[in-house]
Write a protein that binds this ligand. Sequence first.
Ligand SMILES: Nc1ccn([C@H]2C[C@H](O)[C@@H](COP(=O)(O)OP(=O)(O)OP(=O)(O)O)O2)c(=O)n1
Length: 350
Amino acid sequence: MQALRGLVAEGVIHAVPEIARDQVQPASIDLRLGTRAFRIRASFLPGETHRVAERLDEFAMHEIDLRPGAVLEKGCVYLVPLMESLRLPTGIRAVANAKSSTGRLDLLTRVITDGGTEFDRVSEGYDGPLYAEICPRSFSVLVRPGMRLTQIRFRRGQARLDDAALSRLHDSEGLVDGPAVIGDGLGFSVDLMPESGDLVGYRAKPHTGIVDLDLIGHYPIADFWEDVRARAGRIILDPGAFYILVSREAVTIPPAYAAEMAPYLAMVGEFRVHYAGFFDPGFGHDTAGGRGARGVLEVRCHEAPFALEHGQIVGRLVYERMAELPERLYGQEIASNYQGQGLKLSKHFR
Ligand SMILES: Nc1ccn([C@H]2C[C@H](O)[C@@H](COP(=O)(O)OP(=O)(O)OP(=O)(O)O)O2)c(=O)n1
């Protein structure tokens, strides 16, 4: 966090208007939507020799002013220039990811850059603008400039824990409450046998109203979501539908670490389990009041109906060492919507 403020002070990340203090989170900086959006024909990556602005001439259908508030329609793709830009020195790379509320609303949001060949990855030395590509998949949303749909982390060198280091950390900290499945990260599974009742998740309804992203605790759940109930620890996923489920394991991110959720390889092709994948230092940790926090799974199944079973491994958490201990943790003093959570929809629902 202190190091992130240093990067802001040095102009490694800079913005108009200036970066606000509360954009700086324990391990990431929130990125803000600018004042314009472009409705584009298709999602694209500019490719090594092109700037995003050049490709926009090819893909843009029309320009939208976000200042009075604008609706991003379900099923359409938009490109929004962000207020933040980067000037990365050699040796520092950046990785972006949707914020947790963005993922829970099924807003596919990815960052692209000039000359970029991958989503959400910025290579060292990049000097240029950032754009968010947004595709609302389940609900149309009302957005305004300054909204924070995505976030960025900075990496210097190799900070990722290998499996041996992860095992040692689990032995000392207890990263999950049960046996740890360690293999290219820490595996976690889906909970389809809750301690009480049979509600295991929610499924997005098809023809709902819009979600104004500024309205917190506002929308009745039943207007947007159907309950998903398991029978004998199993549900069948419908192709194309979007589900919010929860991990069986409570997970912990010790204060000196951060994590990122990654797909579990064996599952690639069947369904996708997450859009928002950054886990903050202190998430689920005692010292930050988060004991017992579960991970929220954003699940979309692709081709064929798929039977998901209780305890099936669906993803893994890749842990990284922080450059320094953050002065505040997730859930401590900062507005945190999801510390100590169980099955939890985005903060817009009540
Ligand atoms: N699929 C995910 C992604 C994240 N988290 C948890 C771990 C994160 O530490 C926490 C918060 O994530 P963000 O920092 O993305 O979100 P904020 O707390 O800042 O909230 P918001 O998205 O509403 O701004 O949510 C989760 O349980 N399941």
